[in-house]
Design a protein around this ligand. Sequence first.
Ligand code: ZN
Length: 321
Amino acid sequence: MLPLVYHPVYSELVLPPKHRYPITKYHRLYLHLTQEMRIQHWADVRFFQPEPATAAELKTLHQADYIDHLIHNTLPAAKMRRIGFPWSPQLIERTLTSTAGTRLTVDLAHQYGISLHLSGGYHHAHHDFGSGFCLVNDLAFAARHALTLPGIDKVMIVDCDVHQGDGTATLLADDSNIITFSVHCDKNFPARKPDSDIDLALPRDTGTEDYLSAFGAVLTLALAQHQPDLVIYDAGVDIHQDDALGYFQVTTEGIFRRDQRVIQQCHDAAIPLAAVVGGGYRDDHQQLVDIHAQLFLAALAVHQPHRQPTQPGTMSDVQEI
Ligand SMILES: [Zn+2]
């Protein structure tokens, strides 16, 4: 069974015209998976819906004052500007729900071996401030939660979003049982990049083959060295050659191969894998859907190969069964 985590509130946020955040992509991805791919008809998948996390739960990770001000709309204007969203009740609702969604994805991965979240990857949220469209760090929150589960003594966060996971790095700097691994563009947001346990910074214009060989080698070493009991994977697609905020030249097929590699290596090593969709930016939100869908196709290729289309990245020859 392939458990998927989704909630409609992920896209229920009204933003000013021309805002850069592709808020509709979550709902579009859900529609793509269920109506276009009809994934529930030809694969053994099931959707799960999270309940919002509570303020008290978030205060175990973030500064209590920050969470209170965030929820009650009393943050200073400069702190809201750094986050990059206008405050609204919907913004808080989707943030609390998405944070719980990544935690639920970890629970389901622990139970079923793999689970995928149609949101998540808010890695620029720090202890007492948010930034870069990130209010609460769901990756760090879910990683700490994972350590409370039976048999999970070490967790690795593999962050493949094109931007460095600065918030995750600072929040978890003292958590010796959570290994943070970020592969990102060396000259891109955030300007200041605090040390993760493992940082792989690649130059602008890195293409598919260079990306996959560099990342693949470090991934293999990292898994062998640290032998995590669970991996949280940020499958950000802002490494794509057409992304508005990335500077890499990775193709859609390259993203499929990246995702397949992570999923296959975890599968082969019997490491539960909880994946989130992460970043991906452009004006035409619908264009992002096919690219984010690669994560789901890669998971099916590894976990349910008998039900796979013959060509990665397309569903043209899939019959409803
Ligand atoms: Zn990003």
